[in-house]
Every structure is written in structure tokens, then in C-alpha cells.
Design a protein around this ligand. Structure first.
Ligand SMILES: *Cc1c(COP(=O)(O)O)cnc(C)c1O
Length: 389
């Protein structure tokens, strides 16, 4: 890693207009001040315990282990967090940071609505003003999540400029930040974006591997052979990997959809103000992606993942829709845990790679969220998509 600020090898950085850089500098300064402040860390951990319900368990999946016939499979249960996924870890952390900065107005972007709902939830609890930008098309498709956010007291702004999608919502949110950064905090939802966001999101999501490392040592007396996680923007994965990066014996393995294979097929370029691997079309524009899991529909990935891949420290592979659906059903019927479709990508990769491990080894797979939100969609896919017949 170079010493240059915000870079992971050749990736990351901050390529933004000067007025936006000012806002980012202010956030970076606050993060550097508080990340090692024992009082700040204690407040963060207290909220995670009392509101989110952490520590969540590291569950041994005994029946799934038998069926897959490879290593002992442990599930890191982010699905058991309040709001049902890992996103709340990061949201709580950034709101606490905003509070220390004296800010009472939070803005965020959301695509399918998961990050928006997590943000609106925590804003309600902390009594913060909350504005969520969402592409107009997305507000129509995810009407129920819009209602959830409104119920939680947030204002949802439907963005109709451009294509009315996530990218357009990000543009408008950044414009708001530039104009109002004296009293506004932009709460970014994944390990992406210009510096300092990838480092901030990693810091708050690292609680996943901080816990899992302690838990696996208690249960197995040794480190796992591998840690598996799904990568969309890369936040649950970087949090799942963080405390193992220095442990050379632990393989770090990311799973991604064939239809949004950023790591497997992407090339280095600049996207949304930072350098990373991006799926591009023949003209060098970000390629349209499609995933059965809404949370994975993004053509880029956090810069540290690009670096971990290029340096060989982490590995990334794709899984097919069919493999994901099989894993979704298998985890549900063998363990009584219905995973988010996103998380089912990680389970599918464990199955695919299990011949590479022995039964004396253990692996950890992060269940990034619960699947209640996906049940109707899966029902639909199983009935109407020829791939699954
Ligand atoms: C948003 C989401 C993801 C993908 O985001 P990352 O930043 O890659 O973690 C994965 N799983 C669930 C349940 C999500 O809600």
C-alpha cells in the first residue's frame, strides 16, 4: 500500500471538484479525530449492543455442512441485526460521527431502498433530520420501502433527472452536500466513493470480523481456513475480511453474480470520484448490470477489494443465478434460515468450492441479511424464469 492518502495500491483516492473536496476534508478530519477516541468507540459499541443486538452469533451449520460434504461451515449472523442486515453497523457509526461534528441533518442515496431504510431507522432513533434521495424509477418499483422510510420520519426525494436511477440519486445527493456541508452529513452506504468513505465504512463494518475471530477461536481453537462473503459495493465483505487480512493462512473469498462480475471482468478506471475495477461497455462507460439481488446491482466495487485482488491477498469468483437459488433453498430447508438473495451468493460459492477444503477445516460465511424481503421475488422467479424449472 502506498503512503498516499486514501489509496490502496493504485486504487481509491479522491477525484472530485474542489468544493466537494472541502466537504470530504471536513469528514476525514472528524473521522481521524474520533476513530481512536475511547469514548467514541464505547458509544458506538454500546449502541450496537443495545439497539442493533450485537454480538450476533457465529452459528455452526451442522446439517448444511453434512450436505455440502466439505469443511465445517459457520454462519456469521448479520441477518439477526435490527433491520435484518449488516448495513445498520455502518449507518450507526456515521451518524455518531455526524453528531460529534455537530450536524443534525443526514442525507443519503438509496437504490432498492435497503440503505435508505437503515439510515431512516437510525435517524429516527437519534432524532436527526433525514433526507433520502432515490431515483424516480426506483421509488416506483420499491413503493413499500418508500413508505417504510416515510413511516420512520424521513423525507424521500424522487430524482427524475437522468435515468431516474441510483447514479442520478448520487449526483443530486452530492450536489446537496456541496451546497449544505456546513450543516449536512452525507451518509454513504457501501465501501465505495472517494476517500475517506471506503476507510470509514471498513472501520465500522470491521465489527463483523472482530467478533467472528473471537467466536471461531472460542469454538474451534484455531482460525478458519477461509472467510466467504458476497460483494456488491463490498462493505459486508471488507468488514468480514478486515481482521483476517494480516492472517496469511486464512483465504479471503468474495462471491459475485455472473451478471455483475465486477471483480472477475472489470478493468481499472475512475467511477464516482475514485479509482477501482469497473465493468465497462465497449465505449468505456459503466456497463449496465442486472442481478436477481437488488443490493448487488452496481458496476463498481470498493477500492480496497480491487487492491486485495490485484495483490493476490483475496480471491473473487462468480456464481450463477441457478447456483444462488439452490443455495437459497438449501440454507432455508436445512438450517431454518432464509438468507437474503445477496447472502445466498456467498453460500453458493461455499458449496462450489467445498472440495478445496477438508472436513477438519472450518470456513466462515457471512449471512449479510435475512431473506424476508426476497421471498415474494423468489416465488416469482421460481414460477416464471425458465432457468429454474
Ligand atoms: C446491500 C446489501 C449487500 C451488498 O452490499 P455490500 O456493500 O457489498 O455489503 C449484501 N447483502 C445485503 C443483505 C445487503 O442489504
Amino acid at each position: 500500500m502506498t503512503a498516499e492518502k486514501g489509496f490502496f495500491g493504485d486504487f481509491g483516492g479522491s477525484f472530485v471538484p474542489e468544493n466537494l473536496q472541502k466537504a470530504l476534508d471536513k469528514i476525514e478530519e472528524a473521522f481521524e479525530t474520533y476513530k481512536d477516541d475511547p469514548e467514541f468507540v464505547k458509544e458506538y459499541k454500546d449502541v450496537l449492543k443495545e439497539y442493533v443486538g450485537r454480538d450476533n452469533p457465529l452459528t455452526y451449520a451442522e446439517r448444511l455442512t453434512k450436505i455440502y460434504g466439505g469443511p465445517k461451515i459457520y454462519l456469521k449472523r448479520e441477518d439477526l441485526n435490527h433491520t435484518g442486515a449488516h448495513k445498520i453497523n455502518n449507518v450507526i457509526g456515521q451518524i455518531l460521527l455526524a453528531k460529534r461534528m455537530g450536524t443534525h441533518r443526514i442525507i443519503a442515496e438509496t437504490g432498492a431502498g435497503q440503505h435508505g431504510v437503515a439510515t431512516a431507522t437510525a435517524c429516527a432513533m437519534f432524532g436527526m433530520d433525514c433526507t433520502i434521495y432515490m431515483g424516480k424509477l426506483d421509488t416506483e418499483r420499491q413503493a413499500l420501502n418508500v413508505f417504510r422510510m416515510e413511516l420512520l420520519g424521513a423525507e424521500v426525494v424522487a430524482v427524475s433527472q437522468g435515468q431516474g436511477r441510483l447514479k442520478d440519486a448520487v449526483d443530486v445527493a452530492l450536489g446537496d452536500l456541496v451546497e449544505n456541508y456546513a450543516n449536512t452529513f452525507y451518509l454513504l452506504g457501501s465501501a465505495v466513493g472517494p476517500h475517506p468513505y471506503p476507510s470509514i465504512v471498513k472501520y465500522f463494518q470491521s465489527v463483523i470480523s472482530e467478533e467472528s475471530k473471537r467466536q471461531i477461536l472460542e469454538k474451534e481453537g484455531k482460525l478458519p481456513a477461509a472467510v466467504f462473503a458476497v460483494t456488491g459495493g463490498g462493505s459486508n465483505a471488507i468488514g468480514s475480511f478486515a481482521h483476517y487480512i494480516e492472517e496469511e493462512g486464512v483465504r479471503l473469498i468474495g462471491s459475485e453474480p455472473e451478471e455483475a462480475a465486477t471483480m472477475s471482468k472489470g478493468t481499472a478506471t475512475e467511477l464516482h470520484g475514485f479509482k477501482t475495477l469497473v465493468l465497462q461497455d465497449e465505449n468505456g462507460n459503466p456497463a449496465p448490470t442486472y442481478s436477481i439481488a437488488a443490493g448487488l446491482d452496481y458496476p463498481g466495487i470498493g477500492p480496497e477489494h480491487s487492491y486485495l485482488k490485484e495483490s493476490g491477498r483475496a480471491e473473487y469468483y462468480t456464481v450463477s443465478k441457478k447456483e444462488v437459488m439452490d443455495a437459497f433453498k438449501e440454507l432455508s430447508s436445512t438450517e431454518g434460515i432464509i438468507p437474503a438473495l445477496e447472502s445466498a451468493h456467498a453460500v453458493a460459492l461455499v458449496k462450489k468450492m467445498s472440495p478445496e477444503f477438508s472436513s477438519g477445516e472450518s470456513v466462515i460465511v457471512t449471512i449479510s441479511g435475512r431473506g424476508d424481503k426476497d421471498v415474494a421475488h423468489v416465488h416469482d422467479l421460481l414460477q416464471n424464469d425458465a432457468v429454474f424449472q
